[in-house]
Design a protein around this ligand. Structure first.
Ligand SMILES: C[S@@+](CC[C@H](N)C(=O)[O-])C[C@H]1O[C@@H](n2cnc3c(N)ncnc32)[C@H](O)[C@@H]1O
Length: 311
């Protein structure tokens, strides 16, 4: 059964989206699992690396410095090297269904991690999407977790090495931007994009609305959290950022789908802009938070509904 518009489905979107009709939604906007964290919902690989969460004998000996690192990126184990391919396979499980339910010319915008986003792009391209552009979201805060090499040597008592390698780190530079991937569903052969816009209401972008969120139609966005907004989900996105992206590609009354909606930032943005929304969230607690955020803002003919799907 097709879930009603303005609802959150508690369950697996990979299965749930199969129940939606063809050409159903005007836009898909989703902050998908990046496959880089240690949270259960973000572990999309076999997880057979012996160093996962600092559990290898060498790491145990070195102490707590490795405890927070979910997935080593040294590339020295077969399990590490399999992760990008496993991420591609995971994206391929849902990409063709996303294409099917999106209207011709419709926009799909995804947040994806810098390390595996190329696999996500390939999976969506292989499913039939056109990849249009990569935008960047500049974050207000970006903790820099790269480990100081001199600290490791000091712990070992290797003071000469610590002095030589002062100022050096292992890991990455400070992650100040997150990529936003912009895809389109190709419009039908034998028509033009202008015909497609008239037929389906999608295919162009609203520059006039978008520039209100920044100074110009640049592909770098800097929308941050409002006071008191954050803290609902470990990877929460600002509602204002989601609003900028929704206004880029839809009109009032259009339906926006978020298959990995977390605490519901996309859905709140959609309803603030008088769009319809449909969210899926597998984690019952995050779905409850999303529902609360939507119920808070209930007005007029909008109605937040929760649908339980077991499996
Ligand atoms: C990156 S988070 C989204 C956070 C969101 N942007 C926010 O502002 O709260 C991705 C979410 O997808 C959910 N998820 C993971 N696999 C899922 C699946 N197969 N179906 C539905 N939700 C899933 C996770 O529980 C997680 O809350």
């Amino acid at each position: 059964m097709t879930p009603p518009k303005n609802s959150i489905v508690v369950g697996d979107s990979i299965r749930g989206i199969k129940t939606l009709p063809d050409d159903f939604v005007h836009m898909i906007l989703s902050d998908i699992p990046y496959g880089i964290g240690a949270d259960e919902w973000d572990v999309l690989h076999d997880n057979s690396n012996s160093a996962f969460l600092g559990s290898s004998p060498a790491q145990q000996k070195a102490g707590a410095v490795f405890k927070k690192r979910g997935k080593p990126i040294n590339g020295w184990s077969d399990a590490d090297r399999a992760i990008p391919r496993q991420y591609y396979e995971w994206c391929s499980r849902w990409a063709s269904e996303w294409l099917r339910v999106l209207k011709p010319g419709g926009t799909a915008i995804l947040f994806a991690g810098r390390r595996y986003m190329h696999r996500c792009i390939s999976a969506l391209e292989d499913a039939g999407f056109s990849y249009k552009d990569m935008l960047a979201w500049m974050r207000d805060r970006a903790p820099h977790r790269a480990q100081r090499l001199s600290v490791v040597y000091e712990r070992r008592g290797a003071l000469q090495a610590a002095a030589t390698w002062t100022g050096w780190r292992v890991g990455n530079l400070r992650p100040t931007f997150e990529p936003i991937l912009w895809f389109a569903k190709p419009y039908k052969i034998g028509t033009t994009i202008a015909d497609n816009v008239l037929a389906h209401g999608v295919g162009a972008f609203n520059e006039e609305a978008f520039v209100r969120y920044g100074r110009s139609p640049d592909n770098v966005l800097a929308c941050g959290f409002e006071p008191g907004e954050s803290g609902l989900h470990p990877t929460q996105k600002p509602v204002k950022l989601m609003q900028a992206l929704i206004e880029l590609a839809t009109l009032e009354g259009h339906l926006v789908l978020d298959p990995f909606c977390g605490s519901g930032s996309t859905l709140v943005a959609a309803r603030n802009l008088r769009r319809k929304y449909l969210g899926f969230e597998i984690n019952r607690e995050y779905a409850r938070v999303a529902e609360e955020r939507l119920v808070d803002r209930l007005c007029g003919d909008h109605e937040a509904r929760r649908i339980e799907r077991n499996g």
